[in-house]
Design a protein around this ligand. Structure first.
Ligand code: ADP
Length: 203
């Protein structure tokens, strides 16, 4: 199974990706996690990404496309994957289409988690409070100013992907404001619907 999860920061993409990983034995490919690992390791990519990420802006397409291309070739991605946080621009989506075609892979579907912005701000604030309460380090982009920039990046650069995948009949939208397990159930239904329409269309 090969899926993309689409949704604004704080929509629950990470939580739902984890569930899919456990349920289907597929790999979670989070460009955010990969970039944070690169920063920690002090690689050239990490050095390039650090300040951009802290501000809440998007890292250049060629950087993330390069990371994803390599990651798709790792053995654990052979059984399938859920892309969490990639693609984030139309350019990235086009590059992904090319990569998958080159590698002879097909996408099963794209699930959009729909959440309104007021709720996102509350979620991110409580996430911040919980992290602090646990005494864990806070992400440099989990502050109100960077979060506003992340939302703006989503609205302007990522939200157009909803239409991109709708036009390609790959999209299933799910209400992200219900409980974690209800979101999960709704996603499973959409995934089943997408694969049925794929079969009906002749693969
Ligand atoms: P969130 O979805 O909560 O914003 P992520 O961990 O997915 O968190 O992303 C954190 C940051 O990493 C983004 O704000 C951006 O700077 C960078 N990033 C992650 N994925 C991409 C991507 N596909 N394209 C460009 N930048 C990315």
């Amino acid at each position: 199974m090969r899926l993309i999860l689409l949704g604004p920061p704080g929509a629950g993409k990470g939580t739902q990706s984890q569930r899919l990983v456990e349920k289907h034995g597929i790999a979670q490919l989070s460009t955010g996690d990969m970039l944070r690992a690169a920063i920690k390791a002090g690689t050239p990519v990490g050095q390039r990404a650090r300040d951009i990420m802290a501000r809440g802006e998007l890292v250049p397409d060629n950087v993330v496309v390069g990371i994803i291309s390599e990651r798709l070739d790792q053995p654990d991605a052979k059984r399938g994957f859920v892309l969490d946080g990639f693609p984030r621009t139309v350019g990235q989506a086009e590059a992904l289409d090319r990569l998958l075609a080159e590698k002879g892979l097909k996408l099963d579907g794209v699930i959009e988690l729909k959440v309104d912005e007021g709720v996102l701000l509350q979620r991110i604030e409580s996430r911040l409070a919980e992290t602090l309460a646990r005494g864990e380090p806070v992400r440099p982009d989990d502050n109100p100013e960077s979060f506003k920039t992340r939302l703006k990046a989503y609205r302007e650069q990522t939200a157009p992907l909803v239409e991109y995948y709708r036009a390609r009949r790959r999209l299933g939208s799910v209400d992200g404001l219900v409980t974690v397990s209800e979101v999960g159930r709704a996603m499973d239904e959409k995934i089943a619907e997408l694969s049925r329409s794929e079969l009906a269309a002749g693969g």
